[in-house]
Design a protein around this ligand. Structure first.
Ligand code: FAD
Ligand code: DHB
Length: 355
């Protein structure tokens, strides 16, 4: 098998890269460890920034987003039971955030790629990267009982924080900056109409809590918990009690309750790997950097990376010029460090470090 760009991982970074390359007439093949069903149901991010929304719409994958996405022109920050609204319309030239689930973006991108004849191999295993320092890199993988090799011009490592791409770079060629936080998030999806129109980020003496949503019928909520927390310690009644205690405001507002449809625990880390390139391997998204979710930046950053990478690859294939490819890491890292700082700041402002 041969392609121009071999992409490891069918998350937002890998799928968007494959879509952008296709629009530039560049071939790619995506290799994903999980099944299509799994990646299309995996509950994760929910907040898309304007740049992400604009790109999805401009590149023809924004139809459902335009119909179903909830546009928010501000957020609320709550301290001591009092809310303070941050009005994006007054503070930015008309920019907004859109609430639209990450797995819906994944569905839209997979559909677009498959309709355009794109190749995505789901449920592959034993992925290994070879020849990264040569002009003929390759990806080894197993599909069913068969061992295969995908030869490419370039490899995009879009396989998230636990993938093999970053780990395939020799330690001497990579500088990793990392910080772990002494807490995690317990997230729930509840069948309850959102009781507020906007997101509410809450600092409370019992710990952080976040009120968000997915649709006019589904509320998304998070609360700060211990990093190694066992979900067995959190029956639904305890989750609601804790959410009510933290989110209730002094004017009597409280979140509406309903059956909990899904729950999970997410660790909190900041990580940057520099540079985001080794030979013909380019890292993008969570494979290169992780931010704590408080700033809602991770998926937006992943999309921003692959936009830069797609442009650089397009220039290379059109003219043979490598300048943009050579600058890929430095260009992305400028944004990455700003976003790291913002995410750390927002995390520090809203969490109890001694809870
Ligand atoms: P991923 O989405 O992790 O995709 C990587 C893909 O690679 C996966 O499909 C994985 O199965 C696959 N893979 C892994 N290893 C291999 C392998 N060896 N071989 C083949 N495939 C492999 N971000 C926001 O912007 N806004 C938010 O509101 C937000 N909220 C969040 C809330 C929570 C609770 C969490 C956990 C995250 C949140 N994020 C948010 C972050 C966001 O979800 C991630 O930053 C985003 O998924 C990164 O996209 P990615 O494509 O780089 O990686
Ligand atoms: C959501 C997730 C976030 O990390 C955040 O900061 C805001 C909202 C969400 O899943 O809705």
């Amino acid at each position: 098998m041969r392609t121009q760009v071999g992409i490891v991982g069918a998350g937002p970074a890998g799928l968007m890269l494959s879509h952008l390359l296709h629009l530039e007439g560049i071939e790619s093949v995506v290799l994903e460890a999980h099944s299509r069903h799994y990646v299309e149901q995996r509950v994760r991010a929910g907040v898309l920034e304007q740049g992400t929304v604009d790109l999805l719409i401009e590149t023809g994958v924004g139809d459902r987003l335009k119909q179903q996405g909830l546009i928010h022109r501000g957020i609320e920050l709550s301290f001591g039971g009092r809310r303070h609204r941050i009005d994006f319309s007054n503070l930015t030239p008309g920019r907004a955030i859109t609430v639209y689930a990450q797995h819906e973006v994944i569905k839209d991108l997979i559909q677009a790629r498959l309709e355009a004849g794109g190749l995505i191999h789901f449920a592959v295993s034993d992925i290994s990267l070879h020849g990264l320092g040569t002009s003929t890199p390759a990806i080894g993988f197993r599909k069913g009982d068969e061992l295969r090799e995908l030869e490419c011009d370039f490899i995009a490592g879009c396989d998230g924080s636990h993938g093999i791409s970053r780990a395939s770079i020799p330690a001497r060629a990579l500088k990793v900056f990392e910080r772990a936080y002494p807490f995690a998030w317990l997230g729930v999806l509840a069948e309850a109409a959102p009781a507020s129109e906007e997101l509410i980020y809450t600092y409370h003496e019992r710990g952080f809590a976040l009120f968000s949503m997915r649709s006019p019928k589904i509320t998304r909520l998070y609360l700060q918990c211990a990093p190694g927390e066992d979900m067995a310690n959190w029956p639904d009644a305890r989750i609601w009690e804790e959410l009510q205690a933290r989110l209730a405001t002094s004017d009597g507002w409280r979140p509406a309750e309903g059956p909990i449809l899904q729950k999970g625990i997410t660790g909190m880390r900041s990580l940057v790997a520099e540079p985001m390139q080794f030979g013909r391997l380019f890292l993008a998204g969570d494979a290169a950097h992780i931010v704590p979710p408080t700033g809602a930046k991770g998926m937006n950053l992943a999309i921003a990376d692959v936009r830069v990478l797609a442009r650089a690859l397009a220039e290379f294939y059109a003219s043979g010029r490598r300048e943009l490819l050579d600058r890929y890491s430095a260009t992305c890292l400028r944004r990455v460090w700003k976003v790291q700082r913002f995410s750390w700041w927002m995390t520090s402002m809203l969490h109890r470090f001694d809870a």
